[in-house]
Design a protein around this ligand. Structure first.
Ligand code: XMP
Length: 327
């Protein structure tokens, strides 16, 4: 039987009971596959890798080594949450790598979006490879491949999430416990595993992270402006019932300044662009009709709380003609 094909008889996991049955089944399958060997996992804190981590912690405990690479392009609070949930609460064997300077140095002066993506992807593999080489006796590599990744790719390899590109001498046997699940099922399983709601029901977040929302060549001041304004937007959407309703929402900061005035003084600072869209498959998207008074409130918060920002813009453009991300 093709192990990459979901059996027609497999029931859709929609309830905690079905999730628990899947978890029990996977725990014994993982123990059988892995035995007392060690497994390595790149843990981003996204839904898929988090669910794989939680499953493997249950199955093999300390024999799972999670590597969390903080490349400086994550949202506010994300690296801290990975450490809190996995190291402190689940007692995971977690290696936290602070690679912020390394990534930002490599990206300095690079303005072209695809070049930025390539640098981020390649550097990620390099950091992960270095960590893998420091560890002894690893025989398996776990991945958060899910069923759409298999359906959408010719060779069944997840293009942007996996650690494909590791050198020949670092090839591990793969462990992919959620590869036959759809995203909604992964969330039900994550919930049953006790992961926090803001991890399980997280909106999509691109692999290159805030790197493609700090437009043009990344600078630390604008990157902080993206991170802080994004945190305010998320907080206000959650408070006002838009979290979970709007498919994807975020801010972007362009690489030009405008004139403004604060406390009677002239300022020359960056604008923040708000984007909030709905879609089924990310191929086309419509713009959320965000209440105007909420937009005004968010504008007030961003212009008073975020440094180096004096304006807020709302992106009214559907996809097409725009893409969802700015880069
Ligand atoms: P676009 O901007 O192409 O985005 O309309 C469609 C969806 O894909 C996400 N996206 C990415 N995800 N790596 C990713 O993992 C990327 O390089 C990337 N670029 C865009 C985007 O956030 C949206 O959900």
């Amino acid at each position: 039987m093709d192990s990459n094909k979901r059996p027609d008889t497999m029931q859709r996991i929609t309830t905690p009971e079905l999730a628990n049955a899947f978890i029990d089944e996977q725990i014994s399958a993982l123990r059988k596959q892995i035995g007392d060997k060690k497994v390595l996992l790149a843990l981003s804190g996204g839904v898929d890798s988090s669910v794989v981590a939680a499953l493997l912690i249950k199955a093999i405990g300390q024999n799972l080594v999670c590597v969390h690479v903080n490349h400086g392009l994550l949202r506010k609070g994300e690296p801290e949450q990975v450490v809190e949930v996995f190291r402190n609460q689940m007692n995971a064997n977690l290696v936290y790598v602070d690679a912020v300077d390394r990534f930002l140095d490599k990206l300095a002066g690079v303005a072209e979006p695809e070049k930025k993506r390539k640098i981020i992807g390649a550097e990620f593999i390099r950091v992960f490879e270095e960590e893998a080489r420091k560890l002894d006796g690893i025989e398996f590599l776990a991945q958060g491949t899910i069923y759409p990744d298999i359906l959408e790719s010719d060779d069944g390899v997840k293009a942007h999430h996996n650690v494909g590109g590791l050198p020949e001498d670092l090839q591990f046997e793969l462990v992919e416990p959620v590869k036959l699940l759809y995203k909604d099922e992964v969330r039900v399983v994550g919930k049953a595993l006790g992961l926090p709601d803001n991890m399980v029901y997280r909106q999509p977040f691109p692999g290159p992270g805030l790197g493609v929302r700090c437009l043009g060549a990344i600078t630390r001041d604008r990157l902080e402006a993206v991170r802080e304004s994004d945190a305010i937007l998320r907080e206000e959407f959650a408070k006002n019932g838009l979290e979970g309703k709007v498919w994807q929402y975020f801010t972007a900061v362009p690489d030009f300044k405008g004139v403004g005035i604060t406390d009677g003084k002239r300022t020359f600072a960056y604008p923040v662009i708000i984007r909030a869209v709905n879609t089924k498959d990310a191929m086309t998207a419509t713009v959320e009709n965000v209440p105007f008074d909420l937009l005004q409130h968010i504008t007030n918060r961003i212009t008073t709380e975020v440094e180096n920002v004096n304006r807020v813009l709302f992106d009214l453009t559907p996809k097409p003609s725009a893409t969802i991300e700015w880069e």
